[in-house]
Design a protein around this ligand. Structure first.
Ligand SMILES: NC(=O)C1=CN([C@@H]2O[C@H](COP(=O)(O)OP(=O)(O)OC[C@H]3O[C@@H](n4cnc5c(N)ncnc54)[C@H](OP(=O)(O)O)[C@@H]3O)[C@@H](O)[C@H]2O)C=CC1
Length: 355
């Protein structure tokens, strides 16, 4: 459930976006280049190149802001993108003009997370002003945050939690929004319907998992966390009620000794999916959500049309198969969202989630 504060801010974001004149702000800047880490082809670490000549970002749409990056961070997706993962789908969303004229997508700047200060706003932005301390996760089809400046849509940006430094804040947006998307937007969990629910989190010690454990505890659920023994102290400290070590013995057998679950978040994928759904309560609305999907890989391998078709067939048949067995099966994805980050910032500032 949204708090009044969050609901009010959503309304304000909407109203301010509508009320402003359409148009672009003429940039007073004289600078044309900035330092960035870029790649000019896909590969391993040797493709990373530091340059002082990356083009300075430009506000193309009235709802955009330019952020001066104070801190950025890396996620597993940055390593995958460096190697070319998702290129087919992401290129469709990148500058279509550039691709039409036969130019390549390069140079690409990686890095999704940013904490920094607003430097310039488009004419449609009144929710933020230059000098505001903000954080954001920039979607993977846009130029990333391993740069001195980055441009983002105002709807992707939120005020940074006051209790975190820029360096601390930059660790959270991408994993926080991914967990938020899986648990709340796809999974339907919220503060008012979570109390006492039994939640299983597979891969609880990673970036997404540690955020998910804390969010579920903030919403009063019972959390069973699966991670390696090395991470069990951390995950317990974050609030998990039960911690299971997936490296000591057969995980499926260990979990079968526990009462059934209302919800499973799968951050691991692979063969886990073959048995994990049997751990859910049947015919009670119980849901399994996985973040490990073949969506982008299908498009890379089969092209856009066949990849989308294959994805539709796979997710459709799995959803139906499990629905007939009395449980819900869903795929979730990272979703950029300033309003969701507002709610995450509130949880951080109230001490319910730490970085
Ligand atoms: N669909 C989407 O849009 C997105 C998908 N993802 C996916 O979500 C997953 C999690 O991302 P993220 O948290 O950032 O990744 P991390 O690398 O931070 O964490 C993954 C964790 O999984 C744990 N792990 C590995 N194998 C197992 C296993 N068999 N059982 C239980 N835990 C295991 C590891 O824990 P330990 O050290 O304890 O072994 C590790 O900490 C990744 O697969 C990523 O690709 C992430 C973001 C967006």
């Amino acid at each position: 459930m949204l708090s009044w504060g969050a609901a009010g801010r959503r309304a304000l974001r909407w109203a301010s976006g509508r009320a402003q004149a359409r148009g672009l702000r003429a940039s007073p800047r004289a600078r044309t280049a900035m330092p960035s880490w870029v790649i000019d082809r896909y590969g391993s670490n040797e493709v990373l190149r530091f340059t002082r000549d990356m083009m300075f970002p430009i506000i193309h749409f009235p709802n955009e802001v330019i952020i001066k990056v104070h801190a950025a961070s890396l996620n597993p997706i940055d390593l995958s993108m460096r190697s070319g993962y998702g290129a087919t789908a992401l290129n469709m969303k990148r500058d279509p003009l550039k691709l039409k004229t036969g130019e390549t997508e390069f140079p690409i700047t990686l890095g999704r997370d940013v904490s920094g200060v607003v430097m310039e706003c488009g004419l449609g932005v009144s929710y933020f002003k230059p000098g505001d301390e903000v954080w954001a996760a920039i979607p993977p089809w846009k130029q990333g945050t391993l740069s001195e400046f980055v441009v983002a849509s105002g709807n992707e940006v939120s005020f940074k939690p006051k209790c975190l430094s820029h360096t601390e804040a930059a660790a959270l947006p991408y994993v926080g929004l991914t967990a938020w998307s899986a648990l709340n937007q796809v999974g339907g969990l919220n503060q008012s319907n979570c109390s006492g629910k039994r939640i299983l989190i597979l891969g609880a010690s990673g970036g997404v998992g540690t955020f998910a454990v804390q969010l579920m505890k903030a919403w009063d659920a019972h959390v069973t966390a699966v991670c390696s023994h090395d991470a069990s102290t951390l995950v317990k400290k974050l609030g998990a009620d039960d911690v299971i070590d997936y490296k000591s013995g057969n995980l499926e057998e260990q979990l079968k000794t526990l009462p059934l679950f209302d919800f499973i978040l799968d951050n691991v994928g692979g063969s886990t999916e073959k048995w994990a759904l049997d751990l859910l309560k049947k015919w009670s609305g119980a849901t399994y959500v996985t973040l490990v999907t073949p969506f982008l890989i299908n498009m890379d391998k089969l092209g856009v049309a066949d990849g989308m078709l294959q994805t539709g067939v796979t997710v459709g048949s799995k959803t139906l198969k499990h629905l007939l067995k009395g449980v819900h099966y869903r795929w979730a994805f990272f979703m950029p969202s300033g309003p969701s980050l507002d709610e995450i910032a509130e949880l951080v500032d109230s001490g319910k989630v730490c970085q």
